[in-house]
Each structure stands twice: as structure tokens, then as C-alpha cells.
Design a binder for this molecule. Structure first.
Ligand SMILES: [Zn+2]
Length: 366
């Protein structure tokens, strides 16, 4: 992975029949938890009191990104979640405070913390108004390479352009290969074509500016108005001005690597942390940068060790689960709240029974 793949998939979007069956069974139980009255009972147990629900958001739509990818949710989705958490007396804590309290076994009841991956500009435009209106703290795991360049992230932008022009043909940049943009509902084909382009760019060793030129050419071939799409800033990271304007009483910026990559080499991995820290110095003032999120939730045992050496005290994954004092602080689970997460599933996870259902039905599968 490189900076090309900020929107790399968090979840299998092409499930087998077995995985689909497991998901259906779990969904039925999530709903049963809501109507049977079990949910509030579980949320008042000592077990839940010692656990923390870490929510993960990827993107809040500026335009129609939620129609393109389930990882993007409309602003209304985020607001509905926050209102529900407030109405049901959940304690929404800043990440640093929540982690500290969890390992000290003094979390308040029904503890929740919100995290946003990448730091794309939709956070400032769409998430921040909701967080400010309800005074909800959040952590942004910021990847920094494209903060100053203000170029769109190559992979997601390429995929979005293909989604905008189903059935149209184009030339794979840097080759003479002809391809047809897949139907809108064929996520797998689109993701395959996106990877083909990202691989081609990597193999060719193109600069960020050269990859941007590829996007311009691709849009022209697909007969799309690239300048109009670019102006929407759908796949830009927050600008330095946007980062500087965030309400620091609510928003904590933390580490996500500089180039959105987690190298297998210790020196390169450390460089990603150091570069990320260095690029954030202007925005964080005196707040320590010691929490980390693995790009796309992917990690190895070596990287866990290297994080500890780099002074990182916690790291989150996309493994589904409630965090507890028995977890390694460098392998903390989260619930990725996408459009596929129903209200029943969200409630079950917030109360705690979702974690238990997941453990007994399917485990890490699906
Ligand atoms: Zn990310």
C-alpha cells in the first residue's frame, strides 16, 4: 500500500454464501437484542463497564460518495448515531482519556470514543459541524503526505471516476490496454481496476504530480468534467488552514503514517511515524502524538513492537470488538460504522451484546 490507497477496503465487499449467512444470523440476533430488552441489561453489566467501544469512521459524504462506497456515510448517519448515543446516556470520551481509564479499570459506564481515519477534508466540512453541535470529542488519525500538495488521493479518485462513467472505455494510463468501466453496482470489478492502475503507477515509479496527470487524462477519456469534480474536494485531505481551524477542545490529531503505508522494514516503518509526527507539528501544538491507527487496519507482530519503541502507547485496528483491559494496547479493536451497519447492529454493539454475538457467530470471519 502507498499513499494511493487511503480508501482501501476495510471489509470483504464480495462475501461468500457462508459469510452472507453468518451476517444474516447475526443481524437477526442484533434485532432480537433490541426488541427483547436484553441490550440495556448487558450495558449495565460489570463486563460492559470495563469495556470501551471505539468507533471508526472513514468518510462523511460531501456529495454522492456514499453511493460509490459503503465506507462513506451521509452526514445524517453520523448525526443519528451521536443523537442516539446522547439519548441513551452513553459516555463519549476523548481517546486518550478513555484508553487511560480502561487500563486503570475506571471507565465510566457505557464508554464510547469516536475515531476518524485519514483526515480527509469531509471531516472539517461534514463531521465537524455535527461534533460541534453535540459537543462530542473525536480523534482524527491523520495521514499527512497530501496535506500540503492538496492533490486528490489517486486510488479512490480513479475508482470514483470509473463509477461515474459505467460502460465507457478508457486506456490504462501508461499502457495501450483498453478497459471498460464496470456497472455501478460491481464493486469488485471497480476495485480490481483501481488496483490495476495503482499497481501500474507504483511499478512505473510515478511522482504524485504524474499520477494526477493520469487522472486528468482518465477523466477526459471518460468524458467527465474533471475540474468540476476536483473543486468538490471529495478525496482531498484537510488543508493546513482547515487543520489549523479545528476546535482543539474537541478534536485530537493522532498518527496514521505519513504516506498511508505500513512497511515491513523497521527503518522505513519508523520513518513513516517520524515523518507523520514532523508534518503534524504545526497543528498539534503541545499535545503529544502517541496514538496510532494502522493504515487500512493491517498490522504485523513486528510493527506492534516497533510502535512501542517509537513511543506510541495505543494502536487501533479494524478487528471488530469492544476494547478491554485484557487487550494489547497496540491491537485494539474497533467497530467500523459504515452504511452496512444497521441501527439494530449499532445499538447491539454500543450496549455490548454485539461483541458477544460476534464472538460466538463467525468469530473473525465475515
Ligand atoms: Zn486510513
Amino acid at each position: 500500500m502507498t499513499d494511493d490507497n487511503v480508501a482501501a477496503p476495510y471489509r470483504n465487499t464480495n462475501p461468500t454464501p457462508v459469510i452472507r449467512g453468518l451476517r444474516t444470523a447475526r443481524e437477526l440476533l442484533y434485532r432480537a437484542g433490541g426488541v427483547s430488552g436484553i441490550n440495556p441489561v448487558v450495558s449495565r453489566t460489570a463486563w460492559r463497564d470495563n469495556r470501551l467501544l471505539i468507533l471508526c469512521y472513514h468518510g462523511i459524504s460531501i456529495a454522492d460518495e456514499h453511493e460509490w462506497s459503503e465506507l462513506y456515510v451521509p452526514q445524517e448517519h453520523l448525526e443519528r448515531r451521536v443523537k442516539w448515543l446522547r439519548a441513551n446516556q452513553f459516555n463519549i470520551l476523548p481517546l486518550d482519556e478513555a484508553i487511560h481509564a480502561m487500563y486503570a479499570r475506571r471507565l465510566p459506564p457505557r464508554a464510547v470514543t469516536l475515531t476518524f481515519d485519514d483526515g480527509s477534508c469531509d471531516f472539517a466540512l461534514k463531521a465537524m459541524p455535527v461534533l460541534a453541535a453535540y459537543r462530542v470529542p473525536a480523534t482524527v488519525y491523520l495521514t499527512t503526505y497530501h496535506v500540503t500538495s492538496q492533490l486528490p488521493i489517486f486510488g479512490p479518485m480513479a475508482s470514483y471516476l470509473l463509477w461515474k462513467a459505467p460502460g465507457r472505455t478508457y486506456t490504462v494510463p501508461g499502457t495501450s490496454l483498453r478497459r471498460t468501466a464496470p456497472p455501478r453496482d460491481d464493486r469488485e470489478a471497480r476495485s480490481r481496476l483501481q488496483l490495476e492502475m495503482a499497481d501500474r503507477a507504483r511499478l512505473t515509479g510515478l511522482s504524485a504530480q504524474a499520477k494526477h496527470s493520469w487522472l486528468v487524462t482518465l477523466a477526459a477519456e471518460l468524458d467527465l468534467d474533471f475540474d468540476a469534480l476536483l473543486a468538490k474536494r471529495l478525496f482531498h485531505l484537510m488543508s493546513p488552514a482547515e487543520l489549523a481551524s479545528l476546535d482543539r477542545d474537541l478534536v485530537d490529531l493522532q498518527l496514521h503514517t505519513h504516506r498511508h503505508t505500513n512497511p515491513d522494514d523497521a527503518v522505513q516503518f519508523r520513518r513513516e511515524i517520524d515523518d507523520n509526527r514532523g508534518a503534524m507539528q504545526d497543528y498539534v501544538r503541545d499535545k503529544p502524538l502517541r496514538h496510532f491507527c494502522y493504515p487500512s487496519g493491517v498490522y504485523t507482530a513486528d510493527q506492534v513492537r516497533w510502535l512501542a519503541d517509537a513511543g506510541v502507547v495505543s494502536a487501533t485496528t479494524c478487528n471488530p470488538g469492544l476494547a478491554g483491559p485484557g487487550h494489547s494496547p497496540w491491537i485494539l479493536p474497533r467497530l467500523v460504522d459504515t452504511q452496512d451497519v444497521t441501527d439494530a447492529k449499532f445499538a447491539a454493539w454500543a450496549h455490548g451484546i454485539g461483541h458477544i454475538i460476534r464472538r460466538f457467530i463467525g468469530g473473525k470471519v465475515g
